[in-house]
Design a protein around this ligand. Structure first.
Ligand code: NAP
Ligand code: ZN
Ligand code: ZN
Length: 362
């Protein structure tokens, strides 16, 4: 439910929309039901009725202050799938009733070389994050664990027919964050033998996407508990990293490794699994620094890289690719009052493979 209310910022008189949401109020307290204000729909804005919002591990890193002090109270959520319910007068890309998504960005400078190249995630001035960033109206952006959001039309993507909204929501972060480096590093084309480290939200999408791109995929998980799932998702091989023998038997056998682990990892051990010219690409974002022995890179001319989400154009490409290949996330849809429990389960690696909030329960 939502209601229009007069904005109380002195002298502006702008209309805002007050909508139901869940928010963290500190790094140590559980998230609680609340309301957030959405700005009035501007000429280039789209009002989205959010149907589903994924829970990304980044939400947890953020609200637990692992990446620095979060601006509390904060409504997380950057895997948004919903339906357009209002458009500003200048909007051309979307219309009322369209199924749309919003990922980790709601704005950028649009003028720098990276924005112009479609890499808004690398905007020279920094992109505007979907939550916890300063919005165009000076307020702090609030994310997808809410019923509605107002976003500039050029940061809203179309969810194609063939991908249901609950399965689409996680594509907006987990999907694009794995699609972008898989494409950039040539998974399935230049680099055939691809390993995915960590079978969580990002990891399970990396497996599906890499397999659909034609790669021979191996899952490297802490244990063999999820082996059946990994093979069903498209992997050809599955190994437990808890077994020291894995690192010996797989030495030098991958062209590309995508590391999705949310915690600190022994980077040298994984570099040792790369063939000549192989690349280890980090998308996991642990709070602690990762260390690398130079000799792990010198040997076999290996690379160690990183990648952050993906641009808007590439996000649309990824969604269209998913529709074409009948891919979506594997989700467990939860009501809002299970958000805190879901956080604990993500932290315990007990997620198969993305929690998605049904926002009608907010
Ligand atoms: P997730 O669902 O919790 O998955 C992480 C997986 O890592 C777990 O399922 C687990 O897989 C493995 N893992 C966890 N703790 C581990 C440990 N101590 N040692 C070894 N493996 C461990 O998280 P997610 O949502 O996929 O996000 C993963 C990471 O990517 C987070 O740090 C997140 O912030 C980051 N991220 C980065 C970007 C970007 O733009 N680069 C975007 C989104 C998220 P197994 O049980 O299979 O071992
Ligand atoms: Zn995310
Ligand atoms: Zn820019």
């Amino acid at each position: 439910m939502y209601s229009y209310a007069q904005h109380f910022t002195w002298g502006t008189g702008d209309l805002v929309l007050t909508v139901n949401a869940y928010a963290a109020t500190s790094a140590t307290e559980p998230l609680v039901p609340t309301t957030v204000d959405r700005r009035d729909v501007g000429p280039h804005d789209v009002l989205i009725e959010i149907k589903y919002a994924g829970i990304c591990h980044s939400d947890i890193h953020t609200v637990r202050n692992e990446w620095g002090e979060a601006p509390f109270p904060l409504t997380p959520g950057h895997e948004i799938a919903g339906v357009v319910s209002e458009v500003g007068p200048e909007v051309t890309r979307h219309k009322v009733g369209d199924r749309v998504g919003v990922g980790c960005m709601v704005g950028s400078c649009r003028e720098c070389e990276n924005c112009k190249a479609g890499d808004e995630q690398y905007c020279r001035k920094g992109f505007t994050g979907t939550y916890g960033a300063t919005d165009v109206d000076g307020t702090t952006t609030q994310g997808g664990y809410s019923t509605h959001v107002v976003v500039a039309e050029d940061f809203v993507v179309r969810i194609p027919e063939g991908v249901d909204l609950p399965e689409a929501a996680p594509l907006l972060c987990a999907g694009i964050t794995t699609y972008s480096p898989l494409r950039h590093w040539g998974a399935g084309t230049d680099r055939k033998r691809v390993a995915v480290v960590g079978l969580g939200g990002l990891g399970h999408m990396a497996v599906k996407l890499a397999a659909a791109m034609g790669a021979e995929v191996t899952v490297l998980s802490q244990s063999l508990k999820k082996q059946d799932d990994g093979l069903r998702l498209g992997a050809k091989h599955y190994y437990a990293t808890g077994d020291a023998g894995t690192f010996e038997s797989l030495a030098g056998s991958f062209d590309l490794i995508i590391n999705t682990v949310s915690a600190k990892l022994d980077v040298d051990a994984y570099l040792g699994l790369l063939a000549v010219d192989g690349a280890l690409v980090n998308v996991g974002a642990p709070a602690e620094p990762l260390s690398v022995n130079a000799f792990s890179l010198l040997t076999d001319r290996r690379s160690f890289g990183g990648s952050m989400i993906g641009g808007i154009r590439e996000t649309q490409e990824m969604l269209d690719f998913c529709a074409e290949h009948h891919l979506g996330a594997e989700v467990e849809v939860i009501p809002a009052d299970k958000i805190n429990e879901a956080y604990e389960r993500v932290l315990a690696s007990d997620v198969r493979y993305r929690f998605v909030i049904d926002t009608s329960t907010l």
